[in-house]
Structures are given as structure tokens and as C-alpha cells.
Design a binder for this molecule. Structure first.
Ligand code: SAM
Length: 117
């Protein structure tokens, strides 16, 4: 979807994505190819904690990031810190820190946002 948005908006750029599970990566790669977007997506199989740093060394600017591998606050924070040296001034970084943290009672801000006490 992100790659299609790049194409549709006429932006010159590409999507770098990282997947730990080879089966998931295989499905994702097939979907990207079926959508005709393979030249706009670089899919790497492995742990994003190792791959992001290396990938960012080769990129000029980071304009958008979606942090979606984990919903745990600590892991989102680690990933945010990995990308933090690189965002362009107008960069948008999205993540969802959701149900798991609330269920575990680890992040009171999630409860605050959902209006529960
Ligand atoms: C919650 S799913 C989200 C998938 C996708 N972001 C989406 O929104 O549809 C998390 C995915 O991240 C992968 N993942 C989990 N830990 C990872 C890691 N350390 N490095 C790379 N991928 C990871 C999982 O295998 C899984 O496919």
C-alpha cells in the first residue's frame, strides 16, 4: 500500500521493509510482485534491529516510517531510536501501541487514551 501511494503521488522514492519470518516475507514478496511494485520495494528478511541501521546508511532521507513489528512500548522505542538520526525535517513516523500493552497493564497511557480508568 505504501509503495502504491508512492507511485500514485509521483514521488521518487522506495519502501524498505523488514520481515523476520521467512514465510511472511515470502507472502509479502509475492503480493508486492503481483501488484507490480517490486521495483519500488526492497524487502529484507531478518531482524529489523540489525537491518535498519545498515539500510539507513544507504538512504539519503527518510520521509516516512511505519513501526509495526511489535506493539510493545519498549520495542517501538528501540525502533524509533534506530531511525531517529535519519528523518527528513518533514518526516512522518507512525506506530500503533495497542492492545497488548493495555492488557498487560504496562502502559497506562493506552488506558488513558481509550478513556478507561
Ligand atoms: C503485527 S505484524 C504487522 C505486520 C504489518 N506491519 C502490517 O501492518 O500488516 C508484525 C510482523 O512483524 C514481524 N516481526 C516481528 N519482529 C520482527 C523483527 N524483530 N524484525 C523484523 N520483523 C519482525 C512479524 O513476523 C510479523 O510479520
Amino acid at each position: 500500500m505504501l509503495a502504491q501511494a508512492l507511485v500514485d503521488s509521483g514521488c521518487d522514492g522506495r519502501v524498505a521493509t523488514f520481515e523476520l519470518n521467512p514465510e511472511n516475507a515470502d507472502i509479502a514478496g509475492k503480493n508486492v510482485k503481483a501488484a507490480g511494485l517490486d521495483e519500488h520495494v526492497k524487502l529484507q528478511v531478518g531482524d529489523r534491529r540489525q537491518l535498519i541501521e545498515a539500510a539507513l546508511q544507504n538512504e539519503i532521507d527518510l520521509h516516512f516510517a511505519f513501526i509495526g513489528a511489535s506493539h510493545f512500548y519498549d520495542e517501538v522505542t528501540v525502533e524509533f531510536e534506530l531511525i531517529s538520526p535519519k528523518p527528513a525535517p518533514d518526516a512522518l513516523v507512525l506506530f500503533d501501541n495497542s492492545y497488548r500493552t493495555e492488557e498487560d497493564g504496562k502502559d497506562p497511557r493506552v488506558k488513558a487514551l481509550s478513556g478507561r480508568s
